[in-house]
Design a protein around this ligand. Structure first.
Ligand SMILES: [Fe+2]
Length: 360
């Protein structure tokens, strides 16, 4: 809780933009003491209408997690990037969200600054500060003091704690390996992406400092841990960017959850312009990856690509956000994952008992 209090207390003093100051004031008044309803989403085109926010606000979330491609900046010009954040900030629906609940964010490639980008992007330090400015992260936050936007927050009293871990999958990421197969061959295999696995042991997604930090976070006490990765963690077959492009990094992540004794981990991800839930048995307990994308621009063709890990009834390709509900009142807390479309329509849902995700 303490760093969350600090986040808003300091943020209220230091924010230069009236709109953000207003949102932080609201967040102080409505600071969630316990999380029961966590909404999240990704991939929002800033210059297009964003009617999905009405649907988000209707669900009365305690917290919203904006987990990447929050704008489509795609630039090395920081004035252009700033103007695009301003466009998002001026969306009436997004302003309603800011009056409803706090927003925490990480980024993906387009808001980082370059499509499929990684450690080679030359403006990453500047882009980091702009992103943290927009989301009201205080100047004193550890997220300002180190390279990368990763951060961790714990909400709720003992026995009902939710830890939100926001990973940075861009700042340190190595170059992916291009898939040289022909379009015809890929079509036959139902692949839509451009990459194959990078098996160079030096290839990384998180970078060593973030790995060390993550290990320490996973040792913090919490009942539920929402681990936000901009790119998909579990689904790995369609050739788009994913943790599967760096198999040794993903194995390290699964192993780390086991060795730290971190119970209650649930991955959330975005990026792919459709929503689905994937599940793997390669971790210490069943690991679910709830992907929600896009808030504005779905891609039916990508939703139709192969994913043998999918456990949701469908892959949903309409404007969407995800909702995680935690029922703390059951003898064993229950988690419900739901993908929502416009007008509050539920596209798919999945129920998990928290005791399915125990420490080993
Ligand atoms: Fe992306």
């Amino acid at each position: 809780m303490s760093n969350f209090h600090e986040f808003f207390r300091v943020g209220r003093r230091s924010l230069p933009v009236l709109l953000l100051a207003f949102s932080v004031l609201q967040a102080e008044e409505k600071r969630p003491e316990q999380l029961r309803r966590i909404a999240f989403g990704s991939c929002a085109t800033e210059h297009r209408p964003q009617p999905i926010w009405d649907s988000v606000v209707r669900q009365k979330p305690d917290l919203f997690l904006f987990i990447g491609d929050n704008i489509y900046a795609d630039t090395e010009d920081m004035d252009v990037m700033k103007a695009k954040y301003a466009q998002l900030g001026s969306q009436p629906g997004y302003q309603k969200l800011l009056r409803t609940c706090p927003v925490l964010a990480t980024w993906d490639d387009h808001d980082y600054g370059v499509n499929d980008g990684g450690e080679w992007y030359p403006k990453k330090a500047e882009s980091q500060q702009l992103m943290l400015d927009f989301f009201g992260v205080p100047k004193e936050s550890p997220r300002r003091q180190r390279p990368g936007v990763y951060g961790s927050y714990v909400f709720g009293p003992p026995s009902k704690r939710v830890q939100v871990i926001l990973l940075d999958t861009r700042y340190f990421k190595s170059r992916p390996v291009k898939d040289s197969r022909s379009p015809e061959e890929k079509k036959q295999l139902n692949l839509v992406g451009w990459y194959i696995a990078n098996t160079d042991p030096k290839g990384t997604i998180l970078g060593e400092n973030q790995w060390k930090w993550l290990k320490a976070q996973l040792r913090e006490p919490a009942e539920v841990r929402i681990l936000a990765s901009s790119i998909q963690v579990v689904a790995d077959e369609k050739g788009m960017e994913s943790w599967g492009n760096f198999p040794h990094e993903r194995k390290r992540l699964y192993d780390l959850i086991g060795t730290t004794g971190a119970k209650g981990v649930l991955f959330i991800s975005g990026d792919v312009h459709f929503s689905e839930i994937s599940k793997t048995d390669q971790g210490p307990y069943p690991l679910y990856d709830f992907t929600s994308s896009s808030l504005t621009d779905p891609e039916k063709e990508w939703a139709a690509a192969v994913n043998h890990y999918r456990v949701s009834a469908v892959a949903f390709a309409q404007p969407t956000f995800g909702l995680i509900q935690i029922d703390w009142d059951q003898p064993t807390p229950a988690i419900t994952l739901q993908a929502y479309g416009l007008q509050g329509k539920v596209a798919f849902e999945k129920h998990i008992c928290l005791d399915e995700l125990p420490a080993k």
